[in-house]
Design a protein around this ligand. Sequence first.
Ligand code: SF4
Length: 252
Amino acid sequence: MSAIDLNARASRDYAQKLAQTQALLQQAALDYAPLAAGGEPRVSLACSLGAEDMVLAHLINALQLDIGIFVLETGQLHAETLALLDRLQATSRAPVQVFTPVTESAIEFVAREGTDAMYRSIALRKACCAIRKMEPLSRALAGKDAWITGLRREQSGARAEVPLIDRSDAAAVKFNPLANWTWGDVWFYIAENQVDYNPLHDRFYPSIGCAPCTRAISLGEDFRAGRWWWEDEAAKECGLHVKASPLTNTES
Ligand code: SF4
């Protein structure tokens, strides 16, 4: 059974949610339009290539918005995810930028800590995420005034209060246009609009990250149970969307 067959169920208020999402994306594009004709977009979608972000990339392209798309290619992604990235780059109207870790930092970390460091302690896992995700994210956001994510409140307890627009970080406004979408809404949009998606979703990977840190889940398991499954629930964010302190806004 495909992820579409399994999940595509629109909420009763799906049409309103979709209209709100489209309006938010249009607002982001307007508020953060390039400063000069042909200039760089000042707002970008942080695209993990997961189902939610493929919906947002599709909407940005369908609405022909001046919004960029960036992907953090950690060097640890599944072959299926890399193939989807190739297809997105080939078909997207919006420019797709790929950010990779600093090669020396990644090589030095693996040489020092081994390829299984992330399983040994939360500190080592976070150190790996810092090199492969956080540092590239800081480059991706340089010069941006706003960014867009596919965070949804339903994804986890830690995300239960995600606002549609988050202005708590002075460095960049964060738009979360799918904050109130259900998993069923996401797949309903994918089915209705024939959005390309990662085939790992058909193999019970609802949330897809790096290969060493993602596994399939069983029916009934929590949505993010397949991410960093060896850690306590409280530790399960890579940093992209975590507010480590009132002054620092680190991960997703
Ligand atoms: S998710 Fe895993 S492999 Fe990817 S950067 Fe974090 S610790 Fe490293």
